[in-house]
Design a protein around this ligand. Structure first.
Ligand SMILES: O=C(O)CCC(=O)C(=O)O
Ligand SMILES: [Fe+2]
Length: 307
């Protein structure tokens, strides 16, 4: 078992920062409560996600954008494949991105959102949840900055108008003919800066610890599971590790149930250059070369079959 105790975000930032740092150094993950995202909003969002995924395939497929890299709208079951995996994940999902004002200079790198016309409340609820995730993300990034001995607001400009994506996930009940080796989400690291995950109470999420064992991540209802992504790993020259994780198939009764979850992949702004922080590089070490967040993302999307 992991001893991922939940950390309260309502504590003074310095205290929160040292507990978060400890959890990140050990697991690359932390469970956070009192994060400020209202439970009524979370419940509403989960209910609407369930309504969407219950629509007929033909209706859902109308929102799959050909050639869009899955960046917005619907991605059908059996499409995404984890880096280095041989079978597809057993999931379908919907992506909500940033709503940029018309003519914004970054609009070229960020596709506009689309919304399911069948569910009129969808847009307002998920735009609100997106902005709540950003607010909580800002506080978590301040704590990470303190942990890294940076100015508290170091990350503010790096994520301003960032390419963050909220993913509504549905893992359907397992069918009789699951392809050999296929699981709900194969082992992977997240591509982005940090991930804030809601709704992962239904069992299945596991992280790979430093000892090479898979351990369950089981946030209590309403709590966030937060993890370090590949971009933050690269920025910190591997001091903070992007921990491999997966979602395994349940047995027994749970295999006949759907699982839902809502990760928010917090990204740097596309033109931010990810270059190892000087205070994370030891003498004689050669960190990975600088790369823009946009180029890094495109490289990784090609590897997971989405671009
Ligand atoms: O569904 C979950 O609990 C985790 C999903 C995940 O790791 C991902 O989508 O990157
Ligand atoms: Fe993930």
């Amino acid at each position: 078992m992991s001893d991922l105790a939940s950390i309260s975000l309502s504590r003074p930032l310095e205290d929160f920062s040292s507990e978060l740092g400890r959890s990140f150094e050990e697991y690359g993950f932390a469970i956070i409560r009192d994060h400020g995202i209202p439970q009524v909003l979370i419940d509403r969002a989960e209910a609407l996600a369930k309504v969407f995924f219950a629509l007929p395939d033909a209706a859902k497929n109308a929102y799959a954008i050909e050639g869009g890299g899955g960046a917005r709208g619907y991605t059908p079951f059996g499409k995404e494949i984890a880096k280095d995996a041989t079978v597809h994940d057993l999931k379908e999902f919907w992506h909500v991105g940033r709503s940029l004002p018309e003519g914004h200079p970054l609009a070229e790198m960020m596709a506009p959102n689309i919304w399911p016309t069948e569910i009129p409340e969808f847009k307002a609820v998920f735009e609100e949840l997106y902005s709540q995730f950003e607010k909580t993300g800002d506080r978590i990034l301040r704590a990470i900055a303190l942990h890294l001995d940076l100015e508290e607001d170091y990350f503010v400009s790096t994520v301003e108008d960032g390419n963050s994506v909220m993913r509504l996930l549905h893992y359907p009940p397992l069918s009789e003919d699951v392809p050999e080796g296929a699981i709900r989400a194969a082992a992977h690291g997240d591509i982005n800066t940090i991930t804030l995950l809601l709704g992962a109470e239904e069992a299945g999420l596991e992280l790979l610890n430093k000892q090479g064992e898979w351990v369950p991540v089981s946030p209590p209802k309403g709590a966030l599971a937060v993890n370090v992504g590949d971009m933050l790993e690269r920025l910190t020259n591997n001091r903070l590790r992007s921990t491999t994780h997966r979602v395994v198939n349940p047995g027994g009764e749970a295999s006949r149930r759907s699982r839902y979850s809502m990760p928010f992949f917090l990204h740097f702004r596309p033109d931010f250059v990810i270059e190892a922080l000087p205070n994370c590089v030891e003498d004689g070490e050669t960190p990975a070369a600088p790369i823009t967040a946009h180029d890094f993302l495109q490289q990784r999307l090609r590897e997971i079959g989405l671009a």
